[in-house]
Write a protein that binds this ligand. Structure first.
Ligand code: SIN
Length: 558
């Protein structure tokens, strides 16, 4: 099916051609790029800011894999399935946990330096939901930064790999058969590649990361505006599990008005023995779950939220004073510095924490080769829904997912290339603009979307509060249509395109969350407080209606 909806944008003023265009430069995107190059394919990496500015570099805790003595992929699989609350795709999880350890070893071979003990073995920590020490880390609590450094350095040393930084991807281009044939993008630069352009390609890989900016407070960087999911929806792809947004339990609480990216206090801090306490310094996780503070993340986030409601406070506390100054400095230097920069000294003080949006467990639906439902369009990393996370991602499984499924995408592209199944695609770049244009919201819509979503579709949801959020989002769409009809449309530019992407993703997320009338994993309904396996142990698939452009969610057949 050809792309039916597009962002309003000027016609592309320049065009370039490649074999594979990869959008995003986190662990997933760069792994695809490096591996397709090994297969002899040309590749262009498009990234919204600088190569190392995505979500990967913010990952603290680490990367989970059965690397330790006595640990096995089977045990990792069990923990992942329990956290996923009945809706993981077991085959995808099996791929993740069995291919994961070697994928990590290949990452080490590229140059990622993980923390090691005196015996030269990789040090492993624990996080929520893991029954074993299985999380490899780097620089103490700077794992993502080290992985990003190693991959960026490998990418930069390949002169054949073309990089386009500061570029916002707009829409997919397809050929007459509906096969992905490239994309349009806007480069925020100067010179030859300035403004809106097009990249023709034989295949397109989305690795654009998350959508945390759809909420007011998130651990995600400002660039995480759901661009990949929005593009895929407009291109007619299926997205799944959008309602399962993971709220990280322990984000540094900076006050009631704090907005945008908030500092994370890694679960590894609890993994090394910190406690969650209330203002009276009472541990409230004890007795709630066999793993206490290391229960799966949804359980801890809910317990903190309940405790905040019970005590009428806006945060709880993390107590790591017993670590002492040396351990804080050696094991958690990033978190120590970040807390201190906000006036909290974890060596002597409790750390105020509350949950904030952290990870999208759902996304663009893929099979085990990373193929989406649009031929030639692939997705990996947080933008994708491979089925490994189910209703609640197990801590530190996301870097691993990005790595493993990126390698699989590259292998699939290499196979197709070898077998002649990756031909040039004919695309009429100008004609492709005939699809219906989505009127753009004003840039101020971004803050309003975030307020609406935090109020109505955050940690605790109900039919009433989601209806209010859906109505607010519909009003923003009506305003955009009215301005377009009066010939006073918002200018096509980065702020309005991002607002349009956030609006689409928010609308789709609320449509799915309103439909799922049960509580499961990180989807918590106060009006349907129980898990309902009979009706809801399945995925919700969301697509855009070709006629109206509205997201429609349908439960998958049993
Ligand atoms: C953390 O360090 O707590 C975050 C790890 C993750 O989200 O997997």
């Amino acid at each position: 099916m050809p792309v039916s909806h597009r962002l309003t944008a000027p016609a592309p003023g320049w065009t370039t051609t490649t074999d594979v265009v990869v959008v995003g430069s986190g662990v997933a995107g760069l792994t695809v790029a490096l591996n397709v190059r090994k297969a002899g394919l040309r590749a262009v990496v498009v990234t919204k800011a600088m190569l190392d500015d995505g979500s990967t570099r913010w990952a603290q805790g680490g990367i989970a894999a059965a690397l330790g003595e006595g640990d096995t992929p089977e045990q990792h699989l069990d923990d992942t399935l329990v956290a996923g609350a009945g809706v993981c795709d077991e085959e995808a999880v099996r791929v993740l946990v069995t291919e994961g350890p070697d994928a990590v070893r290949r990452l080490i071979a590229i140059g990622a330096a993980f923390d090691k003990g005196a015996d030269g073995e990789i040090l492993l920590t624990r996080e929520g939901g893991h029954h074993r020490r299985r999380i490899a880390h780097a620089g103490g609590d700077a794992t993502g930064a080290e992985i990003s450094r190693a991959l960026v350095s490998a990418v930069r040393s390949d002169p054949g790999l073309e990089l386009i930084e500061h570029a916002l991807v707009l829409d997919l281009l397809t050929d007459a058969d509906g096969h992905a044939a490239g994309l349009t993008l806007h480069v925020m630069g100067e010179g030859q590649r300035d403004g809106v352009g097009a990249i023709r390609a034989k295949a397109v890989v989305l690795a654009t990361g998350g959508m945390g900016q759809v909420f007011s407070a998130t651990t995600n960087p400002a660039v995480s505006t759901g661009d990949g999911v929005a593009l895929a929806l407009r291109a007619g792809a299926e997205v799944t599990d959008l309602e399962f947004v993971q709220f990280h339990p322990t984000v540094l609480w900076l006050g009631p008005e704090a907005e945008g990216q908030q500092p994370l206090v890694s679960e590894a801090v609890r993994g090394e023995g910190a406690y969650l306490v209330d203002a009276d310094e009472t541990r409230f996780m004890v007795g709630q779950h066999e793993l206490n503070e290391l229960a799966p993340r949804d359980i801890v986030a809910k317990a903190i939220t309940r405790q905040m409601q019970l005590k009428g406070t806006e945060h709880m506390y993390l107590d790591g004073r017993h670590f002492g100054a040396e351990m804080w400095a050696e094991r958690f230097p990033t978190i120590l510095a970040s807390c201190r920069s906000h006036g909290i000294d974890p060596v002597t003080q409790l750390i105020p924490v509350s949950p904030a949006a952290h990870h999208a467990s759902g996304g663009v639906r893929t099979d085990l080769r990373g193929r989406t439902t649009v031929p030639g369009l692939y997705a990996c990393g947080e933008v994708a829904c491979t089925g490994v996370h189910g209703a609640n991602r197990l801590a530190s499984n996301s870097l691993l997912e990005g790595l493993v499924f990126a390698e699989r995408i590259a292998a699939d592209l290499a196979d197709r290339h070898r077998s002649g199944d990756l031909p040039e695609r004919a695309v009429d770049v100008a004609g492709a603009r005939a699809a219906r244009s989505v009127p753009l919201p004003a840039p101020e819509a971004r803050a309003e979307i975030q307020r609406l979503m935090s109020r109505g579709a955050g940690v605790l949801r109900s039919a009433d509060n989601m209806a209010a959020t859906a109505a607010g989002l519909a009003l923003l769409a009506e305003e955009a249509h009215a301005h377009a009809a009066e010939e006073k449309p918002a200018d096509p530019r980065v702020e309005t395109w991002e607002a349009a992407n956030l609006h689409l993703v928010a609308t789709a997320l609320v449509a799915a969350a309103a439909q799922r009338r049960e509580t499961r994993g990180c989807h918590w309904r106060e009006d349907f407080p129980e898990r309902d396996d009979a009706h809801w142990q399945r995925h919700l698939i969301t697509t855009l209606s070709v006629a109206t452009g509205a997201p429609v969610s349908t439960p998958e057949e049993h």
